[in-house]
Design a protein around this ligand. Structure first.
Ligand code: FS2
Ligand code: SF4
Length: 528
């Protein structure tokens, strides 16, 4: 196998051999490559045919999402997905497979040709592939809420086609940046889907205590699954607790109205094996990040949508959560209210500072900047992970000056979201904007501030300190680059799939730099 799509890849170069660091086995990795090659074949068929149908686009989105880190470990569901892609390709271009024309459009793509390509070409194509994998997750979440966008859909085909076709940097580089451009549209689509369906997030305090009695832990990013579970558990004496990237759900008016949506359990994904050990409750995974479950809780793991693990009960598209509900009732939960804390000992966290909530205080923010009470904004955001060195983000936030505001989003925030950093002008210094896709909201805030101060985003006293782990961070990073945002600090390590030449390009054109120490980076960013 060969896989180097995430931050924890073996030796910072690539997972090879029998299994990856994430636990993905070699045969699963091979099937994921086969699926990607088949998706490129389907995109070729769309290209030769002009238009894709909604079914084709949905299948491409589903297929790409399936291959994201920590989503599917299940060969059977991958095989079904491959068969579905091939069937659609056949229907679109029935004669292509038997045609001997060297047009380059009449076959699936062999991913080994990508992994063994010239390192700069491999790097650019990897940026495209991993970027659209991340974007596919966002398109998928929007789709389940009934929102879709033709331009986004078509771009999946265009990008897949280029992975199998383009062979020079001049052709591939604009596609890399276009991933960022289209991902901005895709995140806007998901923002619209989430806020029109569930209302605009409101600042909300979330308890970390689990009350006695049966409960279910829901993790991942899919708000629709949470909504359905809340509806099916209403009045059954079962409480619901969010985990990981589901925490921001507490802030949506149409979800927080459910009184049995009680609080948040646990921290970021890499702590799940410890946190779920002997938990007297089932865990429902709606998306990544799923780690191979330990024996002590494997009978409590339930998956849905594209998440799959061999042996775990999968809730299919009928969305009947009865097996999860029955498991919660059978396990019974804790016998008394049980207090948990965040990583720094806090008993509660806050969330819901979406773009609408923050911009409703735009006047206060602008005044605070003008009066000198507020000197700097930091966006400390992105994924968490298991590798050492991520303590940097906790220390960085702790050391930010009192006259600064820290905006955050995605699961990396669990390193510091239980800290009380105090307030500036009635606004908390630490504001959680939501899930990783809510990077869209952070961009909206940055653009609004730039407008208020009549300057560019790069001229604002705003610094981006990003942590990455999986492919959604790749598409978000490409969006920031597409917007021309400079001097981003990226950590805890740089992606293995960025070759030295491509890194040079990013450094020269965007000033992107690896994190160093909190002290050194803060001094630099504050211009000391
Ligand atoms: Fe965290 Fe895992 Fe949000 Fe990522 S829970 S690393 O999927 O997308 O983030
Ligand atoms: Fe390795 Fe990450 Fe790929 Fe898993 S997803 S096999 S850890 S590079």
């Amino acid at each position: 196998m060969f896989c180097f799509q995430c931050e924890q890849t073996a030796g910072c170069t690539g997972c090879t051999g029998k299994a990856g660091v994430c636990g993905k086995k070699a045969d699963t990795a091979k099937l994921q490559d086969e699926l990607t090659g088949a998706l490129i074949g389907l995109a070729r068929a769309v290209d030769s045919n002009g238009e894709g149908t909604q079914e084709v686009y949905n299948t491409i989105i589903e297929g790409l999402f399936t291959t994201i880190t920590n989503v599917s470990f299940d060969n059977e569901s991958l095989e079904k997905m491959i068969a579905k892609v091939r069937k659609l390709e056949q229907a679109l271009a029935p004669d292509c497979g038997s045609c001997a024309s060297p047009c380059g459009k009449n076959s699936e793509f062999n991913m080994d040709d990508l992994w063994t390509a010239n390192e700069d070409i491999r790097s650019l194509k990897s940026l495209i592939l991993f970027g659209i994998r991340g974007m596919a997750a966002y398109a998928y979440h929007a789709n389940v809420l009934g929102y879709t966008d033709e331009e986004v859909n078509k771009f999946f085909c265009e990008a897949l086609f280029m992975i199998g076709y383009g062979e020079d940097q001049d052709t591939l580089l604009p596609v890399v940046l276009k991933v960022g451009e289209i991902n901005l549209k895709c995140m806007a689509l998901l923002d619209k889907a989430n806020t029109e369906t569930y209302g605009s997030p409101e600042p909300t305090t979330v308890s970390l205590t689990v009350e006695k009695g049966p409960f279910i832990v829901v993790t991942g990013h899919d708000l629709k699954d949470l909504q359905l579970l809340l509806e099916q558990t209403e009045g059954k004496g079962i409480n619901i607790y969010t985990h990981g990237e589901m925490l921001p759900a507490h802030a949506y008016p149409k979800l927080k109205k459910f009184s049995h949506l009680k609080g948040n359990f646990g921290t970021a994904w890499q702590n799940q094996q410890k946190e779920f050990d002997n938990l007297p409750a089932p865990i429902l995974y709606t998306t990544n990040c799923l780690m191979p479950p330990r024996k002590s809780y494997e009978d409590r793991v339930f998956t849905t949508e594209v998440v799959a693990f061999p042996g775990a009960v999968h809730i299919d598209d009928n969305k009947d959560f009865t097996p999860v509900i029955e498991k919660a009732l059978a396990l019974g939960g804790f016998t008394k209210d049980t207090e948990f804390t965040g990583i720094n000992g806090g008993k509660e966290v806050t969330t819901g500072f979406g773009h609408a909530a923050i911009l409703s205080h735009a006047g206060t923010v602008v005044e605070a900047v003008k009066s000198g009470a507020l000197k700097h904004f930091f966006l400390v955001a992105g994924c968490d992970g298991a590798k050492p060195g991520r303590n940097y983000y906790t220390e960085f936030v702790k050391q930010t000056p009192k006259n600064s505001i820290v905006l955050t989003l995605a699961c990396g925030k669990y390193r510091f979201n239980d800290l009380n950093l105090g307030e500036i002008g009635g606004l908390p210094r630490l504001m959680d904007m939501g899930q990783c896709n809510d990077a869209y909201g952070a961009i909206q805030v940055a653009v609004a501030l730039a407008k208020a101060f009549n300057c560019s985003v790069n001229e604002l006293p705003l610094s981006f300190v990003i942590s990455w782990y999986e492919q959604k961070a790749v598409c978000i990073l490409l969006t920031l680059l597409h917007l021309g945002i400079k001097n981003i600090k990226l950590g805890p390590s740089l992606p293995a799939f960025v070759s030295p030449n491509i890194l040079n390009f990013l450094v020269e054109n965007y000033g992107i730099a690896p994190i160093t120490t909190p002290e050194q980076d803060l001094a630099e960013l504050l211009g000391k």
